[in-house]
Design a protein around this ligand. Structure first.
Ligand SMILES: Nc1nc2c(ncn2[C@@H]2O[C@H](COP(=O)(O)OP(=O)(O)OP(=O)(O)O)[C@@H](O)[C@H]2O)c(=O)[nH]1
Length: 365
């Protein structure tokens, strides 16, 4: 019974013996009809253990505070790209954390920052949208930096959306939804300084709860998970156990490639690189290549830069950067596509795309 998953369960396609077993019958295919009838009696909300909790949690915080690192640590695998360059996360990527007693859908919002370009304003709209639908908010503040105007701006946004204005900020009824503060990067601080930091954070936001974590060192991530699980209501399982993210293969591959370029090129890279997966073409079943080996899938990718002069930076001498990136992402791309794949990278020009509404639409912002 432990393998039973209501979301992937298809009564028409199940092995008769398995079906009978699920319904508590003897293994006997004659019992098929009665087994099916018994399963029909089970309402979907009862197909998880009693007390199962589930919900959406927004992960907010200014750029570079460690949002993606925390999400990856909670989910237990790398699903969101991380880097030490601010504004790495541009999309509203969801990661899904499933435990025997709970399921959290983590909405990893792009860093909230003062919008300068049209891209910045759209990112801001995405933040508002993600916030309106969540059950709880997880606000990240880094332990190794002072609380600044960026953090104050986010707090105001949260207060606008979730605070009961008639209540005092110190009242337990102040927040309409749990707003939990996670103090990140605590490995950068001594114990004594951490205590002072926690007092400062408490006075800053009067949050529903405060937890301290070092996601990089895996210190206290379980406690963060526990607090977030407690913040969401009881509810059904929304995704099958093995789903970690809602991203499409195209989005995953585009993010992997952008991350590889960020790492390889470092400061040389124009911040204006957009990666778009144009197409994934899978071979016909049984198709082989010229050597008689199973044919690979082809992944067609466009790398957009804003100026001609940026093309050689992306490509590198003797195409060294393209070769490096292909090698770097090969295994992860194969996993995302579900089979061996070859990558086709094309560097293209999209002048000033960060301020061009049509280009932004095309790139999915
Ligand atoms: N020392 C330390 N560094 C951390 C920790 N968590 C994250 N970092 C580092 O902080 C940097 C930013 O982390 P990210 O997870 O990409 O931050 P983010 O908030 O998602 O950044 P944006 O995508 O720009 O919004 C990276 O270099 C991480 O390795 C931590 O617990 N301790």
């Amino acid at each position: 019974m432990s393998d039973f998953d209501p979301l992937t369960f298809d009564p028409e396609n199940i092995d008769p013996e398995e079906l009978a077993e699920l319904a508590g019958e003897e293994k006997d295919s004659d019992n098929l009809e009665s087994a099916r009838a018994s399963l029909d009696d089970i309402a979907p909300e009862h197909r998880v253990p009693e007390g199962f909790r589930s919900g959406f949690v927004a992960i907010v915080g200014r750029p570079n505070v460690g949002k993606s690192t925390l999400v990856n640590a909670l989910v237990g695998r790398k699903v969101v790209i991380t880097s030490d360059r601010p504004e790495t996360t541009r999309r509203d990527i969801r990661a899904i954390m499933t435990r025997p007693d709970s399921q959290l859908v983590l909405v990893d919002t792009p860093g909230i920052h003062r919008p300068r370009t049209l891209l910045g304003r759209r990112l801001d709209d995405m933040v508002d949208e993600s916030l309106s639908e969540v059950d709880a908010v997880c606000f990240l503040l880094p332990a190794d930096q002072k609380i600044g105007p960026g953090d104050e701006r986010i707090l105001r946004k949260l207060q606008d959306q979730f605070a009961r204005t008639k209540e005092e900020p110190t009242s337990p009824r102040y927040w309409r939804k749990p707003v939990i503060c996670v103090v990140t990067k605590i490995d950068q601080l001594s114990k004594k300084k951490l205590v002072d930091k926690l007092i400062e954070v408490d006075q800053f936001g009067h949050f529903s709860e405060i937890v301290a974590v070092s996601a990089l060192e895996g210190d206290n991530t379980d406690e963060v998970a526990k607090v977030l699980i407690n913040a969401v209501p009881e509810g059904p399982k929304m995704y099958p156990d093995d789903v970690l993210t809602e991203e499409s293969a195209e989005q995953t591959i585009a993010e992997l490639i952008r991350e590889a370029f960020l790492e390889e090129l470092n400061d040389e890279l124009p911040h204006s690189l957009a990666v778009v997966v144009d197409d994934i073409v899978k071979p016909e079943p049984g198709e082989t290549d010229e050597n008689g080996n199973p044919a690979k899938a082809h992944v067609y990718v466009s790398l957009y830069v804003e100026r001609d002069s940026q093309k050689p930076i992306i490509i590198g001498r003797k195409a060294k950067n393209l070769v490096y990136v292909k090698k770097r992402v090969r295994t992860a791309v194969n996993r995302a596509v579900g089979m061996r794949s070859s990558l086709d990278l094309h560097v293209k020009l999209a002048r000033d795309w960060q301020s061009d509404p049509r280009a932004l639409n095309r790139f999915g912002f």
